[in-house]
Design a protein around this ligand. Structure first.
Ligand SMILES: Cc1ncc(COP(=O)(O)O)c(C=O)c1O
Length: 411
């Protein structure tokens, strides 16, 4: 295989058949969706599917209840509110994550403080968190990047020491565990996304889990116009909003959850093969995983490319892999580089003064910047086929490595 011409220079692509499609669905989704349609109860207030999903998602976490809402951006905002984080509070956020992790902080009028990440896992660096804690710090939001769990022992210890709350952003980490405990149940609350690329999806959707029943009760009220269960429908006790999940989403997610354990097993097996075999290729460094991360829900499969060792830079390798039929998504840019934070009008009209915020554009957070520029993010699909399908990733990288001299590095 390594002898053939690269697809990028006119050869046949290594893979001519596509990887399994994502998301997946079958007759189970169809059946549950039709039940919703025929019931004419399409909103959760009168329906059954969202409540059933909340119970099933809670059981998956060894919890009594969970809260399902519109999406995984709103879950972060609602969870922050339910944890009592608000105006003027500082919240420590990793610089390498999706924008929603930081905008949620701003949406509740709190002040994000960006810190660097661990070079091996890509998750928030506990030493950087410790250094950033100050008198106004109120919360930490670790993100379990691509399902690799942040160092929750270190983070919860810092939180205990300083009286902080920990909100886990589990958007990438369905099925991830730390010493056997599901993510979301390690900190004070956990936020999940069920957006279309996630490991379970309702097209859109989100859920909050928590060890604290009062936090979930407050979150439920914030998500349902400030109502309280059992009270008159037009009584509103909190400044909430309508963040309710629809019954359509609930129905699809019930089916997705039923299928999840078998899919997770398949992904874990394929990821283990890739970890082992890709590490043999010079310059390819699979994402690390803390020894206490007992299971990793691989939202994506991430490797770091050392251009000097591999002989090509990340972007050239990425282009060559795409040409070989290997699906990849984009690595996140660091939050500190986003236009939102460079443009003084970026927060208008929501927030008019940034006086107390860090100047993100001038921050030097080298690890997150390096990871953003040097990592490849393979989509979930590459883990959803057979072992042989997964090995095509190894074959493609090896083929490109063997032909690296034929590709000019990009400027
Ligand atoms: C780390 C992270 N946090 C939060 C979110 C927001 O989730 P949603 O797209 O469901 O709003 C995402 C989704 O992409 C994410 O990747």
């Amino acid at each position: 295989m390594t002898g053939s011409t690269l697809a990028l220079t006119g050869g046949a692509p290594l893979r001519s058949t596509p990887y399994p499609e994502w998301p997946t669905a079958d007759d189970r989704e169809r059946e549950l969706l039709l039940e919703v349609l025929d019931s004419r109860r399409w909103w959760a207030t009168q329906g059954t599917k969202v409540h059933q999903f909340e119970s099933a998602w809670a059981r998956f976490h060894g919890a009594e209840t969970s809260l399902a809402v519109t999406n995984g951006s709103h879950t972060l905002e609602i969870a922050l509110l339910a944890l009592g984080v608000g105006e003027g509070d500082e919240v420590i956020v990793p610089n390498w994550t999706f924008v929603a992790t930081v905008t949620a902080v701003l949406m509740v009028n709190a002040i994000p403080v960006l810190v660097d990440v661990d070079p091996d896992t890509g998750c928030i660096d506990p030493a950087a968190v410790r250094a950033a804690v100050g008198p106004r710090t109120r919360a930490i939001i670790p993100v379990h990047i691509a399902g690799s769990v942040a160092d929750m022992d270190a983070l919860t210890a810092i939180a205990r020491e300083h009286g902080l709350v920990v909100l886990e952003d589990c958007a990438h980490a369905h099925g991830s565990t730390w010493k056997g405990t599901p993510v979301g149940m390690l900190g004070d609350a956990g936020s999940y996304s069920f957006q279309s690329s996630k490991l379970m999806t309702g097209g859109e959707g989100g859920a909050i889990v928590s060890r604290h029943p009062d936090v979930l009760a407050a979150a439920r009220s914030f998500s349902d116009c400030g109502r309280r269960p059992g009270e008159w429908f037009y009584s509103h006790y909190l400044l909430g909003g309508n963040y309710r999940m629809t019954e359509w989403q609930g129905a699809v997610l019930l089916a997705q959850l039923e299928r999840f354990p078998a899919q997770q097993e398949r992904r874990a097996r394929n990821a283990a093969t890739l970890n082992h075999e890709l590490a043999e290729i010079p310059g390819i460094h699979p994402q690390g995983r803390h020894a206490s991360c007992t299971s990793q829900g691989n939202y994506c499969y991430v490797v770091r490319v050392d251009a000097d060792e591999f002989g090509l830079d990340r972007d050239t390798l990425r282009e060559a892999l795409l040409a070989e039929g290997i699906p990849l998504t984009m690595a996140y840019p660091p939050l500190s580089r986003l236009d939102l934070f460079a443009d003084p009008q970026g927060f208008a009209p929501r927030i008019r003064s940034r006086a107390r915020m860090q100047d993100f554009a001038s921050l030097c957070l080298p690890v997150s910047e390096r990871l953003a520029d040097t990592t490849l993010w393979f989509t979930t699909s590459v883990l959803m086929g057979s072992q042989d399908d997964a090995r095509d990733v190894v074959r493609a990288v090896a083929k490109i490595h063997a032909h690296r001299g034929e590709l000019a590095p990009r400027g």
